[in-house]
Structure formats: C-alpha cells, structure tokens
Design a protein around this ligand. Sequence first.
Ligand code: SAH
Ligand code: SF4
Ligand code: F3S
Length: 450
Amino acid sequence: MSGVPQSNPQKTFYLETFGCQMNVHDSEKVVGTLVQEGYRQVETVELADLVLYNTCSIRDKAEQKVFNRLSDYKKYKAQGKTFGVLGCVAQQEGEKIFERAPYVSLVAGSASYRNLPQMLVQIEAGKQRVTGLDDRETDECFETEFTARTNPHRGYITIIEGCDKFCAYCVVPYTRGKERSRTSESVLAEARQMADFGYTEIQLLGQNVNSYKDSEGKPGARKTFAELLAAVGQVPGIKRVRFTTSHPRDFGRDIIDAIDAVPTLCDHVHLPVQSGSTRVLDAMQRLYTRDQYLERIAWMKAAKREISITSDVIVGFPGETEADFAETLGLLEEVGFDAVFAFKYSPRPNTPSLKLDDAIPDAEKARRLEVLMAKQRQIQIARYKKYIGTICEVMVEGRNVARAQWIGRTSHNRTLNFTAPEGAIPKAGTYASVIVTGSFPNSLLGEMVV
Ligand code: SAH
Ligand code: SF4
Ligand code: F3S
C-alpha cells in the first residue's frame, strides 16, 4: 500500500468488491479513506467491525449476489457488526435496501466516498440508517483524498466518471450518473505520482474513456483523450499504458495515431460491439452501425503495430432474430477478436429496453451464448497458435507454484505462462522476454529468454 499513512489501526473493516475495474479502483479509494480514518482491513467478515460490499448491478445475477451475501451474514448483526452497501446497487436501490436488508446501516453510491468518514461518525453516534446517495447531477469531484493501491503492479487512474450514452439495456447512466471528466493536469499529476511510487503500468479508466473532455486551460489548449493518452505514455518511468472502456461511436482515428507514435501505449483496444446487426444496434441505441464499427476495426488493422482487439457481446436482446444473431457470428469471424466477453441480455430496472416486446426465452439466449462462445473459442485457438515461435515482453505478475510456472502479461494483454531457466527467479512487477512455445484458447505458454 502506498501513499496512505497508517494511523493507529483499531477498528477493522472487511470489503468485498463486485463488478468492473472502476469498482475495483473505487474500492482502492474506500480502503485509502478508511485506513486514513484509523481502520484496519481484515480478510474475513468474522474479524471485521464494519462489513462493506461494493456492488454491481449490470446484470440481474450480479445484483442477486449482493442480496445473497447480505442474507448469509444476517447472523453477524447480533455481534454488533455494521453492514454497508456501496456501489451501483446502492445507488440504484437507495433506501429500498434498508427494507430488503434491515440490518444494513449504510447505503452509499460511488460519488459519495469522500464523505465516508462523516457517514461513519454518524453511525458510531448511533444513527441507524445513513445514506450517501448523490443526485447524480452534480459536477462535484469524485476523487477521494486518499487512495490505497491494492494492485502492486498496475496503477488505476479514473479519468472520466459516469455515462451519457443511455444504451437501451444499461443501468450505468442511472447508477454512476452523468459524465464528469477530470482535468488533464490532475490525471498527469497522479500518473507522475504513481511513477514515483514505482509503478510502470497505468490503466486509465472510464465507462467511456473516449468521451473524455478536458476542462483545463483555454479551449484550444485542452487535451483530447488521444493527447492525454500520449502524455501519460510519456511520463518518465511509465512503460505500459492501458485504457478501458472505449465506445465505438467516440473512438477516433487519433487514438490509433497515438498508439503508433508512443511505444509505451499498449497495443490492445477493448471495443465492445454488443451486436453485429445494425438493426439490433439501433434498437440498443448504440449510435453506430455494423459498418461504422468495422471501419474502426480497419483503422486498427492498418496500425504500425499489430493491435489486439477484444469486445463485449450481448445475445438475446429483445427482437434479436436468427438472422441478426448470424450477423454477430459473422462479425466475430471477420474481426478475429482476441477475446470476447459475451452475456445473455438481462432486463434491468429503469432502462428503456424493459418495455420492449419480443423477449427471447432464456433457453434460446443460453443456446445462442453457447454457439457464440464455441465459435469464438475456435477463432482464438487459430489466432493464438500464430504466436508460437515469437518473442514477447511480459510483465511478471506472479508464480503458479503447482505448475512451476511464472505468470506473465503481454502488451497485447494476453496471459503468457512461462518457465525460467535454473537459477533465474523473475520478480513480480519486472519485465522478461519470453519465447512462445505453445498455445491454448485463452493463454500462451513459453520459456524465458536470458
Ligand atoms: N461502457 C461500456 C460497457 C460497460 S458495461 C460500453 O459501452 O461498451 C460492460 C458490459 O456489460 C457491456 O459491454 C455489455 O456487453 C454488458 N451489459 C451491460 N448491460 C447489460 C444487460 N442489461 N444485459 C446483459 N449484458 C449487459
Ligand atoms: Fe452502458 Fe452504453 Fe454507457 Fe456503456 S455506453 S456504460 S453500455 S450506457
Ligand atoms: Fe457494475 Fe457499476 Fe461497473 S453496474 S459493471 S460496477 S459501473
């Protein structure tokens, strides 16, 4: 943990995180704030005075998990533990959580974490129910004063919060509110600080990083997302810069130009397509067509370095026909993604697609998901084979003792597990050259080159 002074830790907290990387990073902010207040983080609910769940509501299953957790731990309330629900389910359900889980004392959304100390003081003073629910419309800064860096090798930096896209199926605009960007100066200051802490890899985060809008300086001097990316890539000491997530509509060619020009920018782009059918994309209110998506793919394929492209797909959106689904399968073939995260459409509260007719039965959604994943597996098997014999630089992430292998990650964001020669002990967080000797659908195998 860096940058967080530890003040006489007595009270303890347990924090479990669900959902996306933004939630993971928000949890780092929560940990930083609580440690600063004198709390100590513990590994189990049993050891904790304060139990927090940082929740996700992107799909129904994710939301159910939270309420299952809360019912599991009902018995602990008698021991005087305090329960809090943070994150997207907290923001979405608000005070209704107190009705569903009466032993919860704190319900707080992601924009309120800087106020956690005050909220906890109220609970300690005996207040039964405390909320930190933002109206989601303020421009207030979402940064906390302290952040614990729980990932020792990758430093996360939020550059933009919220989302203004309102895709028909998605809860995020309702849970994280409207788009708010940080100034480029504050992003760069944090990047420099992380380099000082010894980080060599930075990941810029936002639900839509390409919608980034700098408010620093005169309009002409404000950085675009691509300029900010390039500037972070030029911070001394930084060797790898990643960014997620990109929305196809705002994904400009200047991002590819930046990747071409700045070698520290990783050659990996996650560009969720959701569907290969323009008709379905229109119903999803995604604001781009199949052809526009493929145009962006063509830009990436014309880049100087090979860019690894990954995506998200939703199957079984209301009204999705066999022909629409076939178009998605065809798109997978055409693009050749390195990984696809595929989900069955899940109807969510507040979203416009809740009202759409032509729901696809769950069994059919499951069938489409299986067909899609099998197809993508074949694509990956063929793609990953091509790297056998090539030498890749990996960041060492850890060791798999059972297999006597080290775990590495390439700039393309592929996992490359490798063996090292006698006597060589690669250190986590350092970089190694590895020759690829084998491939699997989701990872590569190799030997360290010394
Ligand atoms: N901002 C990103 C996505 C964030 S949510 C983007 O626009 O691409 C992560 C992924 O969850 C989405 O890409 C989508 O594939 C999936 N998802 C979101 N809402 C969903 C829903 N209601 N049902 C199923 N999958 C969903
Ligand atoms: Fe959700 Fe669409 Fe915003 Fe992504 S762009 S977070 S899918 S509303
Ligand atoms: Fe989930 Fe909220 Fe992230 S809904 S995916 S934790 S923005």
